[in-house]
Design a protein around this ligand. Structure first.
Ligand code: PHE
Length: 342
């Protein structure tokens, strides 16, 4: 083999390159000449058979041919790709004015949203958040809350009993009061206790078997009903608007004495005001009261030394009021058409 052969190889390669009509053909061409068993490789392999004095000239020519072919190949490849693109653009036109597809955005469940709103308000008032269990003993759910066995007030809550004796799903967050008091071991307390509660109710637009409650508990020296009223008023104004008035009615809970129910005056500009408040203008938002001495005792506190107040509210009920939602069952049905509105 001599330098002439190299030139012949070059000419033949370039001619074949011209005939390659697409990328696949070009790649085959490349393998044919530059692959492991390719003709260029073979040509370089001949170098050792070349007489010594011609080696340099042959080597230089081989390198030149290699460079020339590589350049020609790359140009042809780029041109083929461009051609392919033009063809796909004209035969399969792309409408760049078409609006993009909106990615779906995740969001928090409305119940989570209102819980976070409530946490933020109470955090500003100096409350800590404390969580306790959803499965409770009968003692925690009732007895320590001043309802011994067979106390008729137990009927205020339709209870889910488990197959384990004396173990129930909590019917309210109030057992958390006992847990917190025992954990705080005599120190002053200012907490909210959010969480899921369960009641064995017939499901309807107004009652569900599971729902959130947010309990509040403050215990310390000299805590009074005025503190309770102040706290609830501050909360109601942050939650429902700065002009809200709070109305207190006497009520009954076994674990508070005295017990109250708290209403707020519903905003006059809400077109649903009459329907929501049944014409009274007032709407109940929570139950509350001064912690019963027996409950303080069950938590390890001395009712001679400290007093406390507690309240329990239903955040989902508040959400229903704020958004005129008329069916509580919507919360846990996971219907996106409902959830996406929040
Ligand atoms: N636990 C009561 C209920 O579920 C609400 C409540 C809590 C009332 C704390 C007074 C004090 O109905």
């Amino acid at each position: 083999m001599a330098t002439d052969d190299l030139r012949r190889l070059e000419a033949q390669a370039l001619e074949q390159l011209q005939q390659c009509s697409d990328e696949a053909a070009l790649r085959a061409w490349n393998t044919h000449y530059f692959g492991d068993n390719g003709l260029m490789k073979a040509a370089f392999g001949k170098l050792k058979e070349i007489p010594k004095e011609q080696k340099a000239a042959f080597g230089a020519e081989a390198n030149r041919v290699k460079a020339a072919l590589t350049e020609a190949y790359e140009k042809a490849l780029a041109a083929a790709k461009e051609r392919a693109l033009q063809i796909s653009l004209t035969t399969n036109p792309l409408d760049v004015t078409l609006p993009g597809r909106m990615p779906r955005r995740g969001r928090l469940h409305p119940a989570t949203q209102i819980l976070r709103q409530i946490y933020a308000i109470f955090a500003d008032l100096g409350f800590q958040i404390y969580r306790t269990r959803e499965v409770e003993t009968d003692a925690m759910n009732f007895e320590y809350l001043n309802m011994p066995a067979h106390h008729p007030a137990r009927d205020m809550w339709d209870t889910f009993f488990t197959t384990t004796p004396n173990v129930v799903l909590r019917t309210h967050t109030s057992p958390g009061q006992i847990h917190v008091m025992r954990a705080a071991a005599g120190r002053p307390i200012r907490v909210i206790l959010p969480g899921m509660c369960y009641r064995n109710e017939a499901i309807s637009t107004r009652s569900e078997i599971q729902f959130y409650q947010v309990e509040g508990l403050v215990v310390g020296e000299g805590v009074t009903m005025a503190d309770l009223k102040g706290t609830i008023t501050a909360f109601a104004r942050r939650m429902f608007g700065p002009d809200r008035q709070v109305r207190i009615r006497s009520s009954y809970f076994p674990f508070t004495e005295p017990s109250i129910e708290v209403d707020i005056d519903w905003p006059h500009d809400d077109p649903n005001r009459d329907r929501l408040t049944k014409g009274t203008g007032w709407l109940e938002i929570l139950g509350a009261g001064m912690v019963h001495p027996n409950v303080l005792r069950a938590g390890g506190y001395d009712p001679q030394k400290v007093t406390g107040f507690a309240f329990g509210m239903g955040p989902q009920r508040m959400l229903m009021l704020q958004h005129a939602i008329d069916d509580i069952r919507l919360f846990w049905q996971n219907d996106l058409r409902f959830l996406q509105q929040f």
